[in-house]
Design a protein around this ligand. Structure first.
Ligand SMILES: *Cc1c(COP(=O)(O)O)cnc(C)c1O
Length: 410
């Protein structure tokens, strides 16, 4: 493969025009949209309108006048299409960590006899921390059992309350088979809870088809909702009215403005909302979702597979001799939309890459991570990134003190 081949792939790319919807700094090869997505061009204007006209002029009337009060549900419905969920089953707000806590509480009330929260050692640490905090708060025999990712299905038995899994591993991009794991769980009477942080906007997700019980995800990665954008949560429609929210707040009350002294949950997904949600952040996310309106997720997946496959092929051809190796499975069918490479000096190599204009990130202990966001990544970006990586490894340009200095965010 040559750079000309990559140029030809870009010319044939049905998503190529989507790149124009984003602000893209000149000369930058940005392969970190799996950590913070790029900004859609029209978002600042929409934010200015919400700030100046709605907040500035209409003030508190905007809750009714501009529909602020329904925003978490409306934005949730827009997210639902991207994750194979029916309307009315997703609500936007809070963070993944907070939403996991809420849903663990819901699961515990739905299946009161069960005490094992099952997760895997590839899970995102915050998900495990939330489960640990939940277990310790309840102090009632709950156990967090963590097994290897390949052992999850075998570990599901009649003691398991819920499997708490991230569909696409944040480091290796290894993908769980959501439908298969859910089927095993249901056969044993267990619930499933899926973290879609590296799935939503990265791969087609079919929560309804898989029969998943609960899911959470964030919107600042592949969905481009902006730094700290609201997360979302999903509850299977027939479970929604069984949920007793552990964070029972007034925005999840049946009638918040009755100011009743007793909590009564709102019907459906709304009860999972706790307090007042960040309207400016929701407005940015709502605007960012416009970019997705005409995106076909199978087309997105095909491009993602081609981008990741091209990157892996080129890295294997050109960088193998420098001690670089692929993390996670080789077959694209078992992967998400990012690629991590092991290298003993991964942190310094990534810092040198960033200094050369190719932005990825680093995940401990030794992984350089590259996200391939099909809406704005080009095949020529893949080529240029591998070219820069090869040069840095070949010249050992990474071997300098300024590239070893660990920053707070890696
Ligand atoms: C990014 C990420 C999160 C983020 O959680 P927040 O509570 O929203 O900060 C959670 N889980 C996974 C797998 C992630 O990659």
């Amino acid at each position: 493969m040559t750079r000309e081949d990559c140029e030809a792939l870009d010319r044939a790319d049905p998503l190529a025009r989507k790149r124009d919807a984003f602000v893209i700094p000149e000369g930058l090869v940005y392969l970190d949209g799996n950590s913070l997505g790029m900004m859609p061009r029209h978002v600042p204007e929409r934010l200015a309108e919400v700030a100046e006209r709605q907040w500035g002029r209409d003030l508190v009337s905007s809750w009714n006048l501009h529909g602020w009060v329904d925003m978490p549900r409306r934005v949730g419905d827009r997210l639902a299409r991207l994750i194979g969920a029916p309307s009315g089953s997703v609500i936007a707000g809070d963070t993944i960590s907070v939403n996991l806590f809420k849903l663990l509480g819901a699961a515990a009330k739905i299946s009161p006899g069960r005490r094992v929260i099952l997760s895997d050692s590839g899970n995102f640490p915050s998900d495990l921390y939330v489960a640990q905090g939940f277990r310790d708060l309840l102090d009632d025999g709950y156990v967090l059992k963590v097994v290897a990712p390949e052992e999850v299905a075998d570990a599901i038995d009649e003691t398991v309350l819920v499997s708490l899994l991230t569909e696409v591993d944040y480091r290796t991009a290894r993908r769980h088979d959501m439908a298969a794991v859910t089927a095993v769980a249901h056969a044993k009477g267990a619930l499933t809870m899926w973290d879609l942080a590296h799935s939503a906007g990265a791969i087609p997700v079919d929560l309804a088809g898989a029969g998943a019980d609960f899911a959470v995800g964030c919107s600042y990665k592949y969905l481009n909702g902006g730094p700290g954008a609201p997360a979302f949560l999903y509850v299977r429609p027939d479970l929604q009215n069984q949920v007793q929210p552990p964070l029972a707040g007034w925005f999840g009350h049946e009638s918040p403005f009755a100011f009743d002294l007793t909590y009564r949950p709102a019907p459906g997904i709304i009860r999972n909302q706790c307090g007042t949600q960040p309207i400016l952040a929701l407005a940015a996310l709502d605007a960012a979702l416009d970019v997705w309106d005409d995106v076909d997720l199978e087309t997105l997946r095909a491009k993602s597979v081609a981008l990741c496959g091209t990157f892996i092929d080129l890295v294997e051809q050109r960088c193998g001799r420098f001690g670089v190796s692929l993390a996670g499975p080789r077959e694209m069918a078992r992967r998400g939309s990012h690629v991590s490479l092991h290298h003993p000096e991964g942190y310094a190599v990534m810092q040198a890459l960033i200094a050369s204009g190719v932005v990825g990130d680093f995940r401990a202990p030794d992984m350089m991570r590259f996200g391939f966001t099909p809406l704005y990544t080009r095949f020529t970006d893949v080529w240029d990134a591998v070219e820069a990586l090869t040069r840095i490894l070949d010249t050992r340009r990474w071997d300098q003190p300024q590239f070893r200095n660990r920053k707070a965010v890696t």
